[in-house]
Ligand binder design. Structure first.
Ligand SMILES: *Cc1c(COP(=O)(O)O)cnc(C)c1O
Length: 224
């Protein structure tokens, strides 16, 4: 019950943020980040109408996918990618948000099963320049996007970022991300997705053009 109620509140907040930004209704998708929560929580969100779920850890995700195989859910991989995990990621997900190396792009494309549509990918940008964060520097984004766009079994969709938690202006990193996104589009890259914003700051991300918000704790509760 709590998850359904949270979902309704988040949807209303997304709608209000979209309206406040003067953007078209329905332009922002909610990706439910279910890491650390069991398949019962996913089931509750799915019963309330949520279809897209994001996971950060492969083995945890595969267990839940198996338990929920009867449901038509869309799975997104949002965590760091080790090269020995690419085959399973290419087989079991519709989207990858955390592409950050050429080698991973080539492996995911080669390993994407022929009967599935191309794997949707976002390039992860280390927008706050933190040593501890994955993602490419903004200056390296174009080269990696070009490699991803050239892979036959990948469909390059956009950029993803996780800004530093604190900062005087929450919108600033998302504004930078959006500027980078627009400059890549102007350079001819076919981007249509900006994966930006989490439970604590998704309204700021929507104000700066996010098209996918990745929400965990506001939907499922505190992770332990
Ligand atoms: C955990 C996580 C989220 C969700 O974070 P919340 O603050 O719980 O909404 C979003 N994106 C990524 C990549 C994450 O790892």
């Amino acid at each position: 019950m709590q998850i359904a109620e949270n979902l309704g509140q988040i949807q209303a907040r997304i709608k209000a943020a979209v309206r406040a930004a003067g953007r078209p209704e329905g332009c922002v998708r909610l990706l439910a980040i279910s890491k650390a929560f069991g398949h019962e929580a996913i089931l509750a969100a799915a019963a309330a109408g949520q279809q897209a779920f994001g996971e950060n850890y492969l083995s945890e995700a595969l267990e839940k996918q198996q338990a929920l195989a009867d449901l038509a859910l869309e799975w997104h991989f949002t965590g760091p990618i080790q090269s020995n995990k690419t085959a399973a990621i290419a087989q079991h997900f519709a989207w990858v948000h955390s592409l950050d190396r050429e080698k991973i792009a080539r492996r995911l494309s080669t390993q994407r099963p022929g009967e599935l549509p191309p794997l949707n990918v976002c390039v992860q940008i280390n927008i706050s320049g933190e040593a501890s964060k994955s993602g490419v520097a903004p200056a390296e984004a174009r080269a990696l996007c070009e490699v991803a766009a050239a892979q036959p079994r990948l469909r390059l969709r956009g950029l993803m970022a996780i800004p530093a938690a604190s900062g005087p202006d929450r919108r600033a990193p998302y504004r930078q991300l959006h500027e980078l996104y627009e400059s890549l589009r102007a350079a001819g890259l076919p981007l249509d997705s900006l994966s930006a914003g989490m439970s604590g700051d998704f309204e700021a991300a929507i104000a700066e053009g996010a098209t996918i918000v990745r929400i965990g704790s506001a939907l499922f509760g505190t992770r332990t």
